[in-house]
Structure formats: C-alpha cells, structure tokens
Design a protein around this ligand. Structure first.
Ligand SMILES: [Fe+2]
Ligand SMILES: [Fe+2]
Length: 293
C-alpha cells in the first residue's frame, strides 16, 4: 500500500518524498520549493523505492489544468501589456509543468542510473527557477498566474509516454528532444519580441532559459544514446522512441537555431532531420499555424 503524501508543509529529505510533495500538493509554494533537504544539503536518493505512477498532478482550483486554452499571442502583438502578461503566464506555466513531469519521471522509473536521476533533479530545479523568473516578470506587470487559463498541453502527452514500450527513452525523446529542443528556438523568438516591446528584463529571462535549455537538450541526447540498445544513429533512436503525436516537426520553431543544437551535442544528421521535418498540415498543403510548446 502506498503511504499517504506528506503534508504540504512537511520537510523532505529524499528525492522520492520531494517528488511526491511536488505532484501531490496543489499549491505553488510546494511545487516551487527547491530540491534540498532541511539542512540545505542535496536530497537522498540511495533508495528510490518502488515505481509510483501518478496520472495527473494535484492542482489547487486557481491552478487548475484546462484543455483548449486559446492561442499564445504572436510575437508581433507584444506591444500590448495584456499580450505580454498572457505570454509570461503561459511560459511560467510551461516551466511548472516541466518541473512536474521531471518529478513524474523520477517516481515512474526508480531504476534509472543514479547519474541520470541526478541530471533530472538538476533540470527540475532549473525549471522551478525559470518558473519563478517568469512569475516575477508577470507580477511586475501587475498580473499573476491565477488570472490566466492554464493549458494542460505538456500533461496531455504523459499517457502516451507512460504507455510507450520505450519507457524512459520515450520521456527523453518527448521532453528533452522535442519540447525542450523547440524551446531553443521559441525562447529566442520571444526574447527579441520582448526586447522590441521595450521589456528588456523579460528579454534577459528568455536568454537565461535559452542558455539552460541547451544543457537540458544535451542531457536528453546523451542519455538517449546511452539507453538505446543496438547500433542506431541519432535519427533512428529519436524516431523510434518519440511518442505520437510528437515528432521532429514539433521540435522547432520557424526560426531555427542550428548553433544552439550543435552546442547541445546534437549530430548534424539529426539537426538536418529536424530542420527539414514537415508537419502533417504542411504535407497536406495547408499553412502551419504558429504554435508554442
Ligand atoms: Fe525551463
Ligand atoms: Fe528545460
């Protein structure tokens, strides 16, 4: 029997208890508490425990996940304060969902190599920090997360990852090599748009996120290679593991930053595979709608 989750205010000392608190508490403070023990030391992960499958994160009513939330404002529209606030709320919430999903992965695959688990904890802490940075900018504009409808976009992919026969490789391909790879481009598109709108402080946050995202993509690329059996190239490893409907056409924006991908350790054939990928809409001849991961 699974023990009840720790109370919201509980101090945690293990990675398992930390991840459970993050996913089973609905409030933002519990979700953004950094992965440190009571004494400020790294969390213990010597005994990750049995697999724990959590279908959806707990969310307080003001942070409820919704399907079918409207489109993100175009970079051209950021002259309007409401559009800037809408973008910042969306980006902050993407970071929050990313932190939740890394906790979800740590609970789901306790057998992962300790180095990869440490890598996931490091990325999770970055996603929490990114969330706080965007929230600070959102609050500086006089708005807050609970004033916006929050999309379940990232969580919508969790069932396909969970059902994949490729296990953690599906997670690495979906999160690191699709959603985070795409953010290498989107972070710079919106950095420049915020800068043009006169919001240099947010532009700097977008740059921080971009720089950290290179490390996140690198971690996924490295471990997808290590965990994939047999003699395959990067394109084959990715194509095999990425769960539908994610795929190479969703791993980028129109502005394609090949240099950031090289710095993340992606091979030239894989970069070219993503650059040339066409969405099903494009293959049907209909124009591709702007989309942000
Ligand atoms: Fe992030
Ligand atoms: Fe990331």
């Amino acid at each position: 029997m699974i023990p009840p989750p720790p109370p919201r205010t509980a101090r945690v000392s293990s990675v398992r208890a930390f991840c459970r608190r993050l996913l089973e508490s609905g409030d933002l403070a519990s979700k953004l508490a950094p992965p440190k023990g009571p004494d400020g030391k790294p969390l213990d992960d010597a005994r990750p425990g049995p697999r724990l499958e959590i279908a959806r994160p707990a969310r307080d009513p003001e942070l409820a996940l919704r399907t079918g939330v409207g489109r993100l404002p175009s970079p051209r529209d950021l002259g309007a304060p409401f559009a800037r606030a809408r973008c910042l709320a969306t980006f902050a919430h993407h970071e929050l969902m990313a932190a939740e999903l890394f906790a979800w992965a740590l609970l789901r695959w306790p057998e992962l190599p300790p180095r990869l688990r440490r890598g996931f904890i490091g990325v999770l802490a970055d996603e929490q920090r990114h969330c706080r940075l965007y929230l600070a900018r959102l609050r500086a504009l006089g708005s807050d997360l609970h004033e916006h409808r929050l999309s379940d976009y990232f969580w919508k992919h969790a069932p396909a990852i969970a059902a994949s026969p490729h296990g953690p490789r599906a997670f690495l391909a979906a999160m690191g090599l699709t959603l985070e790879q795409a953010n290498l481009d989107f972070s710079l598109v919106y950095r420049d748009a915020f800068r043009e709108a006169g919001d240099e402080a947010t532009a700097r946050v977008c740059q921080v996120v971009h720089d950290d995202e290179i490390g996140h993509v690198r971690l996924a690329a490295r471990w997808l290679r290590r965990l994939a059996p047999g003699d395959r190239d990067d394109v084959q490893r990715y194509t095999e593991a990425v769960p539908f409907p994610l795929g190479a056409a969703r791993a980028k924006a129109r502005r394609f930053d090949a240099d950031a991908r090289r710095r993340a350790g992606l091979s030239d054939p894989f970069i070219e595979h993503v650059r040339s990928a066409r969405s099903s809409q494009e293959l049907r001849g209909t124009p591709r709608a702007p989309r942000v991961p």
